[in-house]
Write a protein that binds this ligand. Structure first.
Ligand code: HEM
Length: 320
């Protein structure tokens, strides 16, 4: 909150959300912040490039005898470089931690530790910051919803500075806004699955081993399940039991089944806390009196879909 106050009136909130989720995940996964170090910044770039590469079309995966194309177009080289750079950062980090910690009953090898760290960092940072970006985008595009949400948060929190998890039990409209953003703009729109055996789904034969993409974005905007799906309307969740915890298949921003996102509780707590804080303590406007409806909403291409262009906003601190 202090960083927002100290920054110039126009804030790049995209950058702010990225460094915030990096800090929180690094402290949980690695035990300390890394974003301010050169190595940490490089690792963030490596993870971003890794996400971008994952979204690339790799012809060799679909037509194995054409996999030489991945050599010619540089895909193999880029993938190899990214993997090596990520490995180097984690090697150094783990060695540093091992030298400082007493490790008596360690039953996990280096590759295991690295894989877990990569999983948590890769899956937890960009998803969370992309989600926060989209929530602020939609709130700025819908000033009435922003006002209603701020009224709720401020009525419940009064002049309280430190928001606790107990306070978050009572912010029902905030929870509805979060569910609606997940429906309207899920940070992971496509969820991959591999068919474990030959199956027939809705008349289609799917052979064992086929990769199937489940389109969470399209499901979230399907008029079969949702009223006015193209409108951002958090009220739809106020008297509804529909949640995103994997039991309601029309709303699956975290996936579902045995591979559902294990960070769902972590992410939800973080998102609620961040949004309650920034909406309680600041008013938000677009620079130069720009109107919300004109706000650019171009998406970044990738496995995790955030905004293509950073979100620039004016933050006005509230007097308590
Ligand atoms: C807004 C935030 C987040 C969203 C939208 C999100 C979404 C997802 C989705 C859709 C999947 C694939 C699930 C499936 O295949 O059914 C996934 C997997 C995963 N997520 Fe998240 N996630 C978020 C935050 C986090 C956080 C904060 C962490 C860790 C602290 C995390 C850790 C993971 C891991 C490790 C996997 C892989 C699980 C596996 O393959 O078994 N995620 N996430």
């Amino acid at each position: 909150m202090n960083k927002i106050k100290e920054s110039s009136p126009v804030i790049n909130v995209s950058l702010m959300f990225t460094s915030l989720s990096n800090d929180v995940i690094c402290r949980s996964a690695f035990g300390r912040k890394y974003i301010e170090t050169e190595a940490g910044k490089k690792f963030v770039r490596v993870i971003s490039e890794g996400q971008e590469l994952l979204a690339n079309f790799s012809i060799g995966e679909f037509i194995p005898w054409l996999s030489w194309i991945n050599i010619l177009n540089g895909l193999n080289y880029r993938t190899d470089t990214v993997l090596k750079q990520g490995d180097k950062f984690l090697d150094e980090l783990i060695q540093e931690r091992l030298s400082k910690t007493r490790h008596e009953r360690v039953s996990i090898d280096m590759d295991g530790i690295k894989a877990l760290n990569k999983d948590v960092f890769g899956a937890g940072t960009e998803t969370t910051s992309a989600f926060l970006e989209w929530t602020m985008t939609e709130l700025l595009r819908h000033p009435t919803i922003m006002k209603k949400l701020q009224s709720e948060v401020r009525e419940i929190l009064h002049d309280k500075q430190d928001i606790t998890f107990d306070d978050l039990e009572r912010v029902h409209y905030l929870k509805a806004v979060i569910k609606e953003t997940f429906r309207y703009q899920p940070p992971v729109p496509l969820i991959p699955r591999e068919a474990g055996r030959d199956v027939k789904i809705m008349g289609y034969d799917i052979a064992a081993g086929t990769i199937v993409m489940i389109n969470a974005l399209a499901i979230g905007r399907d008029p079969l399940f949702w009223d006015e799906p193209e409108n951002f309307k958090p009220e739809r969740f106020l008297n509804s039991s529909i949640d995103f915890k994997g039991l309601h298949f029309q709303h699956i921003p975290f996936g579902s089944g045995r591979r559902i996102c294990p960070g769902i509780g972590f992410a939800t707590a973080l998102i609620e806390l961040v949004l309650a804080n920034i909406l309680h303590k600041f008013d938000w406007e677009l620079p130069g009196g720009a109107k919300g409806e004109d706000l650019d909403t171009t998406e970044l291409r990738g496995l995790i879909v955030g905004r293509k262009n950073p979100l620039l906003v004016v933050a006005i601190p509230r007097d308590f």
